[in-house]
Design a protein around this ligand. Sequence first.
Ligand code: IVH
Length: 671
Amino acid sequence: MDDKTQKRVRQLQKELNEHNYYYHVLDDPKISDAEFDRLLQELKGLEEKYPALATPDSPTRRIGAPPLSAFEQAEHTIPMLSLDNAFSDQDILDFDARIRKNTDRDVIWYTAEPKLDGVAVELRYENGVLVRATTRGDGFVGEVVTRNVRTIRSVPLHVRDDALSVPQVLEVRGEVFISQKAFMELNRRRLAENTAMFANPRNAAAGSLRQLDSSVTASRPLDMFIYGRGQVDGMGFDTQSGFLDALAAWGFRVNPLVKKQISITDALAFYRHLGELRPDLPYEIDGMVIKVDQVALQQSLGEKIKSPRWAIAYKFAAIQEVTRINKILVQVGRTGTLTPVAVLEPVQVGGVTVSRATLHNMDEIQRKDIRIGDRALITRAGDVIPKVIKVMVSERTGQEQIFEMPAHCPVCGSQVQRLEDEAAVKCINAACQAQRKERIRHFVSKKGFDIDGLGKKLVDQLVDEGLLTSYADLFFLKKEQLTPLDRMAEKSAQNLVTAIDKARQIPLHRFIFALGIDHTGENAARLLAKAFDTLDDLMAAKESEIEQIHGMGTITAKAIAAFFASPENQALIKKIRDSGVVITNTMAGTPKEKNHVFSGKTLVLTGTLTAMTRSEAKKNLLAAGAKVTGSVSARTDYLVAGKEAGSKLAKARTLNVPVLDEDRFMEMLGS
Ligand code: IVH
């Protein structure tokens, strides 16, 4: 081997490690995946030819090493403790009081971190190079999983030393996890291959980490956040927050949500904030960990046998419970879709009583083999409708019944239809009471006519009493018709009539949304209002014209054209207009740019912008021909992250969605 080869190998190793860091720790790739692969293949070829050049921190180690027959065990230099649990604010206040008393201080500063629900692992670096990774095991002895941990792209094989010197021995601890998305993909693959599925992301992470063949681990997208330390020689830390900063400087991935040096009150607020973020985070957390920030205080407080006195975990209430499916009901939606809903034996899930869970459609019921009488694992994420994760097949008694979708609409009795290629079964009788109610509800909702005080119950009542047969009837309601109704006082009747009156002026895009055309949500409605100056122009448009609108889908265009072609719908619209409703187009004349950088792109806005409000930003984007959606997915082209961006930013990073800060965004918007 010549000098040149050796130099090239070292250069490739260094470069690839850098690119790994940019990509997986900073979420800011500098080269394309293809370019990365090309360099990696070159290095692999050279190292195979000259094995002496393959150092333990070479990026080729991330691909996996020959299988082991068993894991070695290793003792932790410093035991890996666990944490005491708190379940209420009072537990946390007691913890704080205890600490203040034992340290004789009036105020204690804490660092609060999300409690990651993964597998605790310790990494040992000697002279900056990763030499050993061990699982927590029983806290004293763990399994050596170095080869597997090397495949985790966000784990540095070599600690960065450009900003901060590196201790000769550095043991750091953290949580290995798998993202929700990767977990679901993994299970989908396992289902297709007929292998047992993982019950949750933590099991998937643990299972992936404990593979004797590290190339299997390499195929599982594991990730790792670092939050703690073991033995560190030759460097001290005054605070936990300072240690977290050092970790970031060394190139470790530190959870971005961490709150440094906060009061106990702020920690409690942070717990609630985390609870809100939780459903949207790309990874699982099961609570918050509060740590006394000052290391000197930590030392004076000391440890119990299993847990430190200076830290505590505040766990979230369980958000999964098992209960019985007593019945399966069928609900009819605005567009006639029949949705099966499980009626449950009421159960507490995350502090809320749950008695129903949507089962979506027949395909879902068959896929999960859900039967009436089954015991089922229920989850409730945030304010989302509870759903069934799976049924406990092993607990079946044989009494369970298979559910079948009714052939007739449970509300109006007309025959239902299942359209080809669609999971949904539909009642196609437009006069169906259930659809009527839902259509009216949609019509008066926030993004439609936004009529205050007209909630679900009242809509049901008005339809049941025969006062409303369509949303057009709303504008003819008289106070005298309302007052005789149950639970309707003179004043509320007057308020409702006033609210309806106030709604008679409406921008075209909101009017279109309110109509409740199939597939036509807020965005499509805006596109239409931008493309057509008046409602009459839109109503006269051909399907092909609608389809040509940038960002409009074929199915949507078809539904829109069909809606306006229907004489019944035309009559409804005429009735609404005759009642004195005035439709103005606030979006007409907005320049329809085709060449803008954001034209045809899908963006998500999050955080606080300083130069304009979020709705102004949205308006500008729509004018530039972009689509603005509410949640980040793999299809998002850009996330615009203002100040204090939270879970959406985290999600974008995990999905490698390009993130624009406000400056960059304004620059691109203006260009
Ligand atoms: S600190 C002595 N910080 O929770 C301090 N642990 O119940 C011990 N965990 O075994 C750990 N996120 O697996 C700490 N930000 C965090 C954590 C965290 C998750 C896990 C860890 C530990 C378990 C204790």
